[in-house]
Design a protein around this ligand. Structure first.
Ligand SMILES: Nc1nc2c(c(=O)[nH]1)N[C@H]1C(S)=C(S)[C@@H](COP(=O)(O)O)O[C@H]1N2
Ligand SMILES: [Mo]
Length: 537
């Protein structure tokens, strides 16, 4: 704000600016206080995060899927920006409401605080301190709203508690406001200054607090984890897993570019020395395993390709990494499930659940309680310190991150997170193939067409490419270390000028061809053939 003699302002503007700014200031104060308190009580207790999480859990699946398809992995950023805009608008509305109906506006603030409180304390694992950020935010917001609104009203007695304002035209309003500029302009500017100051400080506290709670992350703990050597190392990668064709997804996805899908707005921070895994439910021998105990067990290391059921034909929600961890089958054998306990429900620290067939986890495949990813401790956003990885099943029925417990139950008795929202309880990954290059344009002549194909835990036996309506040509398949990963393929195409349609299809190792019928991702994964239109010049 300007110091010294303030320029004469258009008073109509000013009188509208005052309540708007007061409202925004009270929202900013509330959020600032909430985030500062949440530095102590934990990021999940912040009303913003808690309400956001509850919304994510409650919105219909179709909308969530729409958000993922629209914003990709940026869906959470979009949610946060949208929320911020809504908050500013809500603040403006609140400020105007307070000018006429202060008590109603204060009740709304209380209602918002209550909403945040309920969302925060009903989250899985919430402690009683989860009430503080919302309660204190409500108090701060209400105090600012009440004090500033009353101060503004003192400058402009017409504003508050006067039920019947004479309807004035622009000139009348301006005339009245000009009068007030002489009478109480300095006072009003004080209110504006206070409101502006509080809005800025509250906003900064909000962002700063959020930043600090996120910084108070377990990255130092993660850096301190020393991964043991595997008792059973990953097979050496065959000489030619990578076609080295630009544009084709690398055989091993780096941790940085590995796709990420989860319902967590803030990434759960789980310190390894506080981590335990509870194995319970229908078992004869319940177990509790600490992180050190887990690390002391024999480890296997395997390349396994993880895929999301929400991956559209040709989409990117699939990646491949080298995972290090303990066989889930070994842990289950020790816990000794009762016969009939056909479902293992894995639960994360933030309450997400996935249900995996017990039999799949015990059939000898390399289902892993993973602690390592591509030679590093799990990245925090990929489930540090421990997650599940199960070859052959979509992530939502198997790949629980920030794992906290395994509960033996039955499919009849329990529906996991996405099952309650309409997705299939059993979801083996479907045979698929994808064209990675070329994408839109190519130069006439010899063009390498390439991509990936996958049929986890079954294997891919052939990939074929079709140009326009021509015949199917066999692709060269690159090597794989096991049937649990995707494989690359290439075809050399003699491209002629014009527009062409490329289509790919695969056959799995059991001789089954890829399903060519177009089906949506819901309820158990998309089918259909990936096609790409290429303009050759
Ligand atoms: N705790 C938790 N684990 C989760 C999820 C989740 O929302 N929360 N999403 C699952 C889904 S749908 C997928 S596809 C995989 C994605 O794992 P990634 O993010 O490491 O790629 O994680 C699974 N594990
Ligand atoms: Mo997923």
């Amino acid at each position: 704000m300007v110091a010294g003699p303030a320029p004469t302002q258009t008073s109509g503007m000013t009188s509208r600016r005052v309540p708007a700014l007061i409202g925004v200031a009270s929202v900013a104060a509330a959020l600032g206080v909430a985030e500062l308190v949440a530095i102590v009580t934990g990021p999940l207790t912040s009303p913003g995060i808690a309400v956001g999480g509850a919304i994510i859990d409650l919105v219909p699946e179709s909308l969530k899927h729409f958000a993922i398809s629209l914003f990709g992995t940026y869906d959470k950023l979009a949610l946060q920006i949208g929320t911020l805009i809504l908050l500013v608008l809500a603040g403006v509305g609140l400020g105007f409401l307070a000018r006429r109906h202060l008590n109603l506006a204060l009740s709304l603030v209380a209602a918002f605080a209550l909403l945040g409180l309920v969302a925060a304390v009903t989250r899985y694992d919430a402690g009683w301190t989860a009430v503080f950020p919302s309660v204190l935010a409500g108090v701060a917001g209400a105090l600012v709203l009440r004090t500033l609104t009353q101060a503004a009203a003192a400058q402009d007695p017409d504003d508050l508690a006067v039920v019947s304002l004479p309807k004035e035209d622009e000139n009348g309003a301006n005339g009245r406001a000009q009068l007030q500029d002489q009478r109480g302009g300095a006072g009003r500017r004080d209110v504006l200054r206070w409101a502006g100051g509080i809005a800025v400080v509250g906003g900064l506290a909000g962002f700063g607090g959020r930043w600090l709670s996120l910084r108070r992350s377990v990255s130092a703990d993660r850096a301190g984890v020393v991964l043991p050597a595997p008792a059973s190392p990953a097979p050496a990668l065959p000489a030619s897993v990578d076609a080295e064709v630009p544009g084709v997804a690398r055989f091993v996805t780096s941790n940085r570019s590995f796709y990420r899908i989860d319902t967590a707005i803030v990434v759960p921070q789980v310190a390894p020395d506080e981590w335990t895994l509870k194995v319970h439910g229908r078992v004869r021998n319940p177990l509790t395993i600490t992180f050190d105990q887990l690390l002391a067990r024999p480890m296997i290391e395997r390349y396994i390709t993880l895929a999301c059921v929400s991956n559209e034909v040709g989409g990117g929600l699939i990646s491949n990494a080298r995972w290090l961890g303990v066989r889930i089958g070994d842990i289950l054998a020790e816990a000794d499930p009762e016969s009939g306990a056909d479902q293992v429900v894995s639960r994360s620290v933030d309450g997400f659940t996935a249900g995996t067939p017990t039999e799949v986890l015990r059939d000898g495949r390399d289902a892993i309680l993973a602690v390592g990813m591509n030679g590093e401790p799990l990245p925090i956003e990929h489930g540090f310190p421990v997650r599940m990885v199960v070859p052959g099943l979509y992530g939502y029925v198997s790949a629980t991150k920030w794992l906290a417990e395994l509960e033996l139950t039955t499919f009849a008795d329990f529906d996991a997170y996405w099952i309650r929202r309409g997705w299939s309880a059993k979801a083996p990954i479907k045979l698929q193939s994808r064209i990675d290059t070329p994408t839109r344009r190519a130069s006439a002549g010899s063009v390498v067409v390439g991509g990936v194909a996958w049929a986890q835990h079954v294997g891919v036996s052939a990939v074929e490419l079709r140009v326009d309506d021509g015949g199917w040509q066999p692709a060269r398949l690159y090597d794989v270390p096991s049937t649990d990963t995707w494989c690359q393929w290439t075809v050399t195409w003699d491209a002629t000028p014009g527009k062409h349609t490329l289509t790919v299809r695969a056959v799995d190792a059991a001789g089954r061809p890829q399903d060519e019928t177009d089906r949506p991702v819901l309820p158990d994964g998309a089918t259909g053939l990936h096609t790409v239109e290429v303009q050759v010049s």
